[in-house]
Write a protein that binds this ligand. Structure first.
Ligand code: AMP
Ligand code: MG
Length: 303
C-alpha cells in the first residue's frame, strides 16, 4: 500500500497481545495482496487486465467487497467512484503527474463509471466493457484492510487497540485521533475522541503533484474528470474502516457544503457518521463540522 502501519495493543497478557498483533499484520498483508493494482497478478488486477467482454470470476470475499464498494458509489452520487482508474491514468497520478489534453480526458471520462463494468455480486462474475476501464483501490482498500485487522484482533480477544494505516485510524475501544493541519501535516489541528470507530482524512497535502507550475490534487471528481477543488481536508468518523475511507474521499470531492448534506442524509438513513472539514482561507483555518463533532473535540490548538 506504499504506506506505514502502526499498531498498539493493550492487554494483561504480553504473549497474547503479541500474537494478536501478528494476526492483525498478517491480515493487512493478505488484504493488500487481494486488492493491489500496483503489482500485477492479484485478483483485482486480473479484472483490470482481462480483455473487455471476458468475465473474471471473483472469490466470495472480493465479490462481496466490490458489491459494497459499487453501492457506495451510488450512495455518494458518484463523488466516490472506484472505477476512476482511467482518470487516475490520464492525470498520471501514479507517476509524476500530467495534464491530459481534451481528447485524452474525454476518453478517460467515457471509460469511467459503474456502467463500464458488468458485475454480479451473487456469482462474482465481473467483466470490463471497455479496454480503458479499471478499478482503483486507493480510496477504499486501506479502510477495508483496517476492518479485517480489527476483526483479527477481536477474534484474539483484544478489547483495546489503536491501528493507524497511512493516517487512517481505527480504534478498538476508546481512543484519541489527531487530525493534521492541512497547511502543515506535522501539526495537529484537532483531536477527536472515538470509540470502536474509524477516522479517515482525505486531502492533497501529501500526495498532490505539480505539473508545469500547476498543482494537481490526487482526488478527482469522477463527474467532471478534473481534480477536486482543494479547500483543505475532509475527515469522516464512522463505524467501519471501509465506510470512513469511502466517505472521507466523497466528502473531499463534494466539498464542505455538499459533504455535510451527504453526511446528514446518511445519518437519516441510519448510518452513524460525522464529517469534519478543515478549510484553509486566506492562510487561516476554519472548522466546518457535523453536529456530533463538537462533543468529540479533545483539543483545538490555537489557529
Ligand atoms: P483517499 O486518500 O482515501 O481519499 O483516496 C484517494 C485515492 O483514491 C487517489 O489517490 C486515487 O487513487 C483514488 N481516487 C481519486 N479520486 C477518487 C474518487 N473520486 N473516487 C474513488 N477513488 C478516487
Ligand atoms: Mg478514502
Amino acid at each position: 500500500m506504499g504506506t506505514l502501519f502502526a499498531l498498539s495493543v493493550a492487554g494483561p497478557d504480553r504473549d497474547a497481545a503479541l500474537r494478536a498483533s501478528e494476526k492483525a499484520v498478517e491480515e493487512i498483508a493478505r488484504v493488500e495482496a487481494l486488492l493491489t493494482t500496483w503489482r500485477s497478478g492479484g485478483p483485482l488486477d486480473s479484472v483490470n487486465t482481462a480483455p473487455p467482454g471476458t468475465p473474471v470470476v471473483l472469490e466470495p470475499e472480493l465479490s462481496k467487497l466490490l458489491g459494497e464498494v459499487f453501492a457506495w458509489s451510488d450512495r455518494t452520487d458518484g463523488a466516490f467512484d472506484p472505477t476512476v482508474l482511467p482518470l487516475v491514468r490520464a492525470w498520471d497520478l501514479r507517476g509524476p503527474g500530467r495534464i491530459p489534453d481534451a481528447a485524452a480526458l474525454s476518453r478517460a471520462l467515457a471509460a469511467t463509471g459503474r456502467g463500464r463494468f458488468q458485475f454480479d455480486s451473487g456469482t462474482g462474475r465481473t467483466m470490463r466493457l471497455s479496454a480503458d476501464a479499471g478499478i482503483d483501490e486507493g480510496a477504499w482498500g486501506k479502510g477495508y484492510a483496517l476492518d479485517r485487522a480489527v476483526s483479527a484482533l477481536r477474534r484474539c480477544g483484544v478489547s483495546e487497540a489503536l491501528l493507524d494505516l497511512g493516517g487512517q485510524v481505527a480504534a478498538v475501544g476508546r481512543g484519541t485521533v489527531a487530525v493534521a493541519d492541512p497547511r502543515d501535516r506535522l501539526r495537529t489541528a484537532v483531536a477527536l475522541s472515538v470509540e470502536d470507530e474509524s477516522v479517515s482524512t482525505s486531502g492533497n497535502s501529501e500526495r498532490g503533484r505539480t505539473v508545469a507550475g500547476r498543482r494537481i490534487g490526487h482526488l478527482l471528481d469522477p463527474r467532471t474528470g478534473q481534480p477536486a477543488p482543494d479547500f483543505g481536508s475532509a475527515t469522516a468518523v464512522t463505524t467501519s474502516g471501509l465506510s470512513a475511507d469511502v466517505l472521507s474521499t466523497a466528502f473531499f470531492v463534494l466539498g464542505p457544503e455538499k459533504g455535510l448534506e451527504l453526511s446528514e442524509r446518511l445519518r437519516r438513513e441510519g448510518l452513524r457518521n460525522e464529517a469534519l472539514f478543515l478549510v484553509v482561507a486566506e492562510g487561516r483555518l476554519r472548522v466546518v463540522a457535523s453536529p456530533g463533532i463538537p462533543a468529540r473535540l479533545e483539543k483545538e490548538e490555537s489557529r
